[in-house]
Design a protein. Structure first.
Length: 371
């Protein structure tokens, strides 16, 4: 949190060679906070994110990206991949090269949009059909029993349309262990008893023939292992205050007159706004939401005696007393730091133009206290 504050201060420097160097270093460090080495390039063409990903973002986060429903996501990353078979009806292929090797695969889902059934001739009409999803093991023989492995099967009604979601977690884990084993998926539609239907009465939207909002999609829930620091803030030693915070004024000696005006000007520890604008730092091309957020920062004094409104820890209270009574040399007053931190969520395009939803811990100061 504090590092983000310092970086944003560096970005505000006037433009000159040294400032340019500082800006580049600041942006590099800011990318590290977001777990990236380089910013992804903006999509080559105007591209709409899948509605599922937009809806998921809006369920998890508020307009500023701050997490409002922390228990919705499984893990901290959701990735979406579009089909790369260029419109084949019942074969699907998803390229997972953008998934980092250290990401733990939690759940993988195949999302297919079921179209309204075609009208059929004859008196007999099915009301249900069975949809089976197979992992292709042999690209040349996907229809042979040894050329595929069943992942999921379900009966679905024919008199309807909409999204069908199938769990394919084990297949994705196989592909992550051996990239060459990714031969795609095969979907088969059969009668309720497993008999073949010719022609198939049920079809799914394909990547080439239907609107982008209905394209086949793989949704991957992962965890990259990144976790925020626990509070109280272990990185803030008791002997010094973080840069940007105002150290409390030492208790005046009894022989020195109290300067009431200067004491009145000392602001107590409290939270102040700190705007992060992604357009200002040149990231608006690849970040979909939010456009920016308020990180807040903590500033102010922690004078003796510490009241409950300053949310002091027991340690800070004792340190304040020791400092005020001068019972030990070199003991400073407590510092004003965040004592509650919130996560934010980014919805963005990655290097391969896949849409990613990622949650980042400890990005917003929720409240401040004397520690």
């Amino acid at each position: 949190m504090l590092g983000t504050v310092l970086l944003l201060l560096a970005l505000a420097e006037p433009v000159c060679p040294s400032a340019e160097s500082r800006r580049a270093e600041a942006l590099k460090r800011l990318l590290e906070v977001f777990g990236m080495e380089d910013p992804p390039p903006p999509p080559a063409h105007s591209k709409q994110p899948p509605q599922y990903m937009v809806d998921l973002y809006n369920t998890v986060a508020n307009a500023d990206g701050v997490t409002k429903n922390p228990d919705v996501l499984e893990g901290n990353t959701v990735r979406s991949f579009l089909d790369k078979t260029h419109g084949e009806k019942m074969r699907f292929l998803f390229i997972l090269s953008s998934v980092a090797k250290n990401e733990k695969i939690l759940t993988a889902e195949l999302h297919l949009f079921r179209l309204w059934p075609r009208a059929t001739n004859g008196p007999k009409r099915h009301h249900l059909c069975q949809v089976s999803v197979y992992q292709v093991l042999k690209k040349e023989e996907p229809d042979a029993p040894e050329g595929r492995k069943l992942l999921a099967a379900r009966r679905v009604p024919l008199q309807d349309s909409g999204w069908e979601v199938f769990a394919i977690t084990q297949a994705v884990r196989d592909w992550m262990e051996d990239e060459s084993s990714n031969q795609g998926l095969l979907v088969m539609v059969q009668g309720p008893s497993g008999d073949p239907l010719d022609p198939p009465v049920l079809q799914f939207a394909s990547g080439g023939d239907h609107h982008e909002s209905k394209k086949p999609m793989l949704v991957l829930f992962t965890d990259d292992g990144r976790r925020g620091a626990s509070l109280p803030m272990a990185g803030f030693p008791g002997r010094s205050c973080p840069p940007g915070t105002a150290p409390a004024m030492a208790m005046p000696r009894l022989t020195r007159p109290r300067n009431t005006r200067s004491l009145d000007r000392i602001q107590p520890c409290q939270r102040h706004p700190l705007s992060v604008d992604f357009e200002e730092i040149g990231w608006s091309g690849w970040i979909i939401s939010p456009r920016g957020y308020n990180a807040y920062h903590c500033k102010g004094s922690c004078p003796f005696p510490l009241g409950e409104n300053m949310r002091p820890t027991n340690h800070a209270t004792v340190q304040s007393i020791i400092n005020a009574l001068k019972l030990s040399e070199g003991v400073s007053s407590p510092c004003c730091v965040p004592d509650k931190l919130y996560s934010i969520n980014l919805l963005y395009f990655d290097d391969d133009e896949n849409v990613v939803l990622k949650q980042y811990d400890d990005m917003v100061a929720g409240s401040c206290g004397c520690h």
